[in-house]
Design a protein around this ligand. Structure first.
Ligand code: UD1
Length: 418
């Protein structure tokens, strides 16, 4: 298994281009199952999860290929309604196959999902919604079997929690349902809005995406689309925090700063200088930063996907801070590894209490999930000596060319192939 080796101490400087959003590209790739027409996506990041999804779509019956950052998807054969364990276990977002296949075929069998080790992550909200739309559900031999042989019917669906994946799945299912569907307490993330833009370009009638109530009027059929995926706000925030931690001066291009307002506000509050112009952000360390508390929340609150990186930053700022996680349970697996590097942090339920230290010192560490891995890379960039990071396949799921981008900014980082 590959490892990443970092020698800390370099201040990041220069300019790099941010990639397209993983969490936007995935549901849009699954949306191609809704049509026979050709679909083209640009600004698609180069990631293991994208490759997994392309293999998945091809298994289901699409003919999908990726060249550089462009993906083309065409129908090649009759669609298959079974999503087997081997494909689903690699990536939790595979459950997004349910909505489009139910809409197209009236049935889908999906193996129960795997994914990140960050809590229970059930899919009850997705399944309750499909039931409300007239589907029947059975659990058999590790598979969820969903049937709606006479088609799905629009309904008012109120989520008990604004789940991103459930909002996407219901959007994907309802665009071809009979009648009108309303998702109440829908997720408002930019990735939901990007999916709605694509669905409307395909001929769907979706309104209200980005608000708590999304209305979908079902249509008979959908056509192809050509769409440029939005910029990855989580990747951008990761490099912003890395710049803050290494006392650097970095410009990030191909970004959508409006999707990152809360992170930008918190970094400015901490003392960082941030300049925004069109699709660029310049981050400059000018003075010692202040500790700032954060609480993760659904969008537009502080993203849970930036919690681990924020914690790494707070570990090196003089004073005390608190990180509160409210979206996922068990999303503090990075705490033990940060402690191995010398961080002064302790967990108490949903809170982590941090007291900044002067220095971290390099050590071998292990990645437990995607964003925990990013936090360890950031800590390694500042730690004295060598930090050797293993199980980096988690990082490859979500960070396009991570070590190349950091190298370009002057970091001493390399991948060791084993
Ligand atoms: C998506 C993102 C992930 C991000 C998360 C929250 C993708 C591919 N992944 O994940 O990076 O961290 O949003 O912003 O876009 N829940 C239930 N029942 C359900 C569904 C969810 O209890 O049926 C709970 C989960 O266990 C979790 C919370 O709701 O505690 C948030 O989950 P959700 O918003 O669904 O996240 P994902 O779509 O899995």
């Amino acid at each position: 298994m590959d490892k990443i080796v970092v020698h800390g101490g370099e201040r990041l400087h220069g300019s790099i281009k941010m990639s397209g959003s993983k969490n936007s590209a995935l549901p849009i790739l699954f949306a191609t199952l809704l049509t026979n027409d050709k679909c083209k996506m640009t600004n698609v990041p180069d990631l293991a999860d994208i490759k997994t999804t392309i293999d998945f779509l091809n298994f289901i019956g699409k003919k999908t290929s990726k060249k550089l950052n462009i993906v083309i998807a065409e129908e090649s054969s009759k669609l298959n309604h079974i999503a087997p364990y081997d494909l689903v276990r690699k990536m939790r977002a595979s459950v997004l196959v349910m909505g489009p296949l139910l809409a197209r075929l009236g049935k889908v069998d999906v193996s129960l999902p795997g994914g990140c080790a960050i809590g229970a992550r059930p899919i009850d909200i997705h399944l309750e919604a499909f039931k409300k739309m007239g589907a029947t559900i059975e659990l058999k031999e590790g598979y969820i079997k969903i049937f709606a042989e006479k088609g799905l019917t629009g309904a008012d669906i109120e989520f008990r929690f604004a789940s991103v994946g459930a909002t996407e799945n219901v959007l994907l299912a309802s665009v071809l349902a009979k009648g009108t569907t309303r998702i109440i307490n829908a997720a408002k993330e930019p990735e939901i809005q990007d999916l709605a833009v694509v669905l409307n370009e395909m001929g769907a009638k979706v309104s209200g995406a980005g608000t708590a109530i999304i209305t979908i009027e079902g249509v008979e059929s959908l056509s192809g689309f050509c769409h440029s995926i939005i910029s990855d706000r989580i990747e951008t925030a990761t490099y912003m925090i890395a710049t803050a931690m290494t006392k650097g001066n970095v410009t990030l291009t191909n970004v959508q700063p409006e999707h990152l307002q809360i992170v930008i506000d918190k970094l400015i509050e901490s003392g960082l200088e941030i300049k925004i112009s069109n699709n660029e952000i310049n981050i400059k360390w000018v003075k010692p930063l202040k500790p700032i508390n954060i609480k993760t929340e659904i969008y537009p609150g502080f993203p849970t996907d930036i919690q681990a990186q924020w914690m790494a930053l707070m570990c090196l700022i003089q004073g005390n801070s608190i990180v509160e996680e409210t979206v996922f349970e068990n999303r503090f697996l990075h705490v033990c590894e940060l402690q191995r590097l010398g961080a002064n942090i302790k967990i108490d339920g949903k809170n982590v209490y941090i007291t900044g230290v002067d220095n971290l010192s390099g050590a071998p560490v292990m990645v437990s999930d995607l964003r925990a891995g990013a936090a360890l890379v950031l800590a390694g960039l500042c730690a004295n000596g060598k930090t050797e990071i293993s199980r980096i396949y988690h990082l490859d799921r979500g960070y396009d060319s991570l070590e190349k981008k950091f190298s370009k900014l002057g970091a001493n980082i390399r991948r060791i192939k084993e």
